[in-house]
Design a protein around this ligand. Sequence first.
Ligand code: ADP
Ligand code: MG
Length: 728
Amino acid sequence: MGSAASGEAIRSINAWSSATRTPQASATRKVIEEFGSLTFNEEVQRARLPKDVFRALRRSIAQSEPIDAAVANIVASALKDWAVEHGATHYTHWFQPMTGITAEKHDAFLNPTGDGRAVAEFSGKELVRGEPDASSFPSGGMRSTFEARGYTAWDPTSPPWLLVTSNGTTLVIPTAFVSWTGEALDKKTPLLRSMDALSKQAIRVLRLFGSKAHHVFATCGPEQEYFLIDRQFFFNRPDLINAGRTLFGAKPPKGQEMEDHYFGSIPDRVLAFMMEVERELYKVGVPVKTRHNEVAPSQYEVAPIFENANVATDHQMMTMEMLRRIAPKFGLACLLHEKPFAGVNGSGKHVNWSISDDAGSNLLNPGDTPHDNIQFLVFCAAVVRAVNKFQGLLRFTIASAGNDHRLGANEAPPAIISIFLGDMLTDIFQQIERAGSAKTTKSGGILDIGVSVLPKLPRDAGDRNRTSPFAFTGNKFEFRAVSANQSIALPIVGLNVAVADSLDYCATELEKNLKEGKKLHAAVKALLVKLVKDNKRIIFNGNGYSEEWQKEAARRGLLNHRTSVDAFGEAMKKDVVAAFEKYGILTERELKARYDVAVEQYNKSINIEAQLMVLMGNRYILPATFRYQRELGEAVAAVKAGGCTSKETKKTLDTVCRLTDQCKTRVDALQALLEHNEVEDAEAHAKYFRDKVVPAMAALRESGDSLECLIPQDLWPLPTYREMLFVK
Ligand code: ADP
Ligand code: MG
């Protein structure tokens, strides 16, 4: 019962705020000491490994070189000793199957000796390779159950860490997951491959500018939005438990319109939760940095300091897990769904992305000197080309049933992929384009690329545009269409591949021109002019939420896939497959597997949600309305027996009867739609869900929500939006 849940929630909230807690003295010092204390990080490696082994390991991490068996054995032994000293009894190869969550299988270090005792053992072989049964993870048709063998392979670039629970400690080793034929079954393998591809092509370009860098890597800082509600409410909502979002729920009288939540003071209990999450994340080396309230009531955000994109991806998975795991300790439930509450802002995950060389310099930092500027402009224009050419791929990387509720809903970017560059940078690109034809080439200016008066490049993008799916924000790009619930691996892979392709193009053009005797600046000028001319349609600085943009984007020929179902097919487009194959990221078969899994997950999500709606209609909402019908019926009869008539009471009864019938009809209609024969083709099935089932769900929801507004509070069986979002 909603009111019972509400009572429980209020009791637990009161109990929480009346409990006295002593503030932690010297918390900052403690946090600094504790940071990374549960990771086998560089410092621990240096202290525990022989010098030559340490150097070999660091070299292979920095340059993505393979590690030889002898080195692996010594690392394994040191890693085991370190873990056992910290209380670990087990180790696990931790991996990220295509479902977008993480998986682990635990093995004990314990090895029996002949004399009835046991010792802790861990070999290089066990470190380097694990063999989980792969049959329960989706392979997108790449593998059938009888050939279930899968391997997990140690990723030395991401530091192992200790999972400490009250019942024991486990050493967690980040790994990639491949089939016995070597096909990628996970999210990390293509990510690692894409990091390499990006590095190779970026280095080619950097060489031309005289850089001595050996290696380049994508950097990422993902901002995670989430909701926190009292756990009592969560347990009383079957939809939240099973679908992660509310499938019914009328808009509360007060929503987010007062704008009093964003950056407001954080409630005590929530702050205590955040602090504990941060402490635990610090220990395992996740550098979380900012916390604040978000736009919607009960919505919050946490963001880390950026890192190597591969490590950032692991850390992002750990962050989501930690948020979910720690919430119950504070009587809370953490909702990571893209759209837990209709009519209230959903949750995104802004993926901040840039490229850095091995000396740590950010290649998307405009810099102060003209030399830096030219190099920056090439990299920046390469990203513009990448996003233009691979709009479809990027749209695919964020497609899911959940994100369909967000994109284009006036709270998140539209489903059209475009780039926001800001006025200053756009102006520079326009000058470059004009200069190409307008013969204004002057030497001795700030930039010798045909632009005479070049404004100083923006160090800090003063202007912000929240409506853009992909924005330049001073020294990095921010991919904003990514959703709260998803792994960031695929969006990063998409960006890395697209930009690798662009840098390849740039390097090839420049190399050709230099060979033909052109000077570097002239070659760069020609390249930039061409890049801008060919790709400027993707640049859009205006209001992405507006109706005009939809029309303008159509005129420009940009893709506009409003639903995920429209977008899935982009994964298999010729250019996309060609790029994935060319740079060795995924074969066509491996890519097809990602497409299959995405469609399958869409179908499963909608199917589960629709079934849940039928269940909630029949077992929660309709029984409540039947009771109310009887109460009203009795009231009408009693009034009549008392010698009166009340037209309004009768009218209420009529309304409730009409809405109840409508609700029942819609429950049955939805159920009938779900009882169709399994459609062979998954994409056809997805279209059926989108075109038939989703609208039927919306219709049923409308009936349910109208009833919610009429049924007395003591009869309504579900916690309401007003309670869930505001009782805290
Ligand atoms: P805002 O909310 O204004 O977008 P925040 O400071 O909250 O900004 O978040 C910005 C995110 O971008 C942080 O996670 C930060 O680490 C990340 N970031 C900053 N520089 C880079 C970079 N060079 N590469 C990748 N991510 C970056
Ligand atoms: Mg941001």
